[in-house]
Design a protein around this ligand. Sequence first.
Ligand code: SAH
Length: 298
Amino acid sequence: MAQPAPVSQLAPVPTDIASAAPAGPVTESVSRVALPVAFNVESRIGTLPWENETDYLSYMEANTGEAEDMLKARYALATRFIGTRELQGNAVEAFLRTPREHFVRERNLSRAYEDTWMPIGYGATITDPDVVSMMTTSLDIKPGHRVLEIGTGSGYQSAIISNMTNQVYSIEIIAPLSKETDELYTSLTPKYPQYANIHRKMGDGYYGWEEHAPFDRIIVTCAIDHLPPPLLRQLAPEGIMVVPLGPPGRQHIMEVSKTKDADGNDVLKRRDVYNGLQVKFIPFRDESGTSYSGKAGE
Ligand code: SAH
């Protein structure tokens, strides 16, 4: 994973959210079109035994038929992230139920549980598993939450989330990648029926997914230097958005929470979840390929 940069090298983090977000109303949308739940994963939450490796292995081998070497590697990585507190709460089970080996490229199969990002073609990457863990933990997803991901990429992040709630939405801008991952989910669904709850589309995630808004949780997996106003508007009251925020090449993982002040106005609170550690995500871009960073506004 990324190493902590000395404090002197860190980009200043604006303390006032308004300085990072372009002007615009931060009101929530009213529409909320519910899609049918293809598989109720929520009744299964909490049923995975993971306190010790033996119980985990026998449960997973019986229920998924996954290879023991992959399961052991996944368990070891999860144990490490539990130790660093990057993996907590519902995110532990979701991580342990998600076969990263299906989301890396074939040539990287033996490296599926290395703690590193890897190329997945089209200039995109599958994010490091520790950062995926930290972002998932920060989202604090509860059953019933409607979650939107910007940047489907390999599909790994949304696969994890689909173990935590029945309502997952994910947008990818690169057409062939979006199609490839859509087909991957379809092919995995007989064995992992929760992937049928991942509603995916090809498009520009800067504008969110209006017809299914508001979202209780939004996770942005591409780098941007401001909070996209449409995503802020589509974030539900009491919602949380997690986003790699910062200039190209160095971001901080920000957790942005929407709450109300005493007068009932929307207030955004932010927290740097890695407390100064910098990460590097690939750019949040528009349909022409131009980065949204440096051009705040709609
Ligand atoms: N969550 C992914 C990470 C993929 S990398 C995973 O688990 O593998 C980030 C992804 O964001 C890339 O696939 C990139 O194409 C996508 N992206 C960049 N700008 C986007 C936009 N405007 N809308 C949707 N996706 C975008």
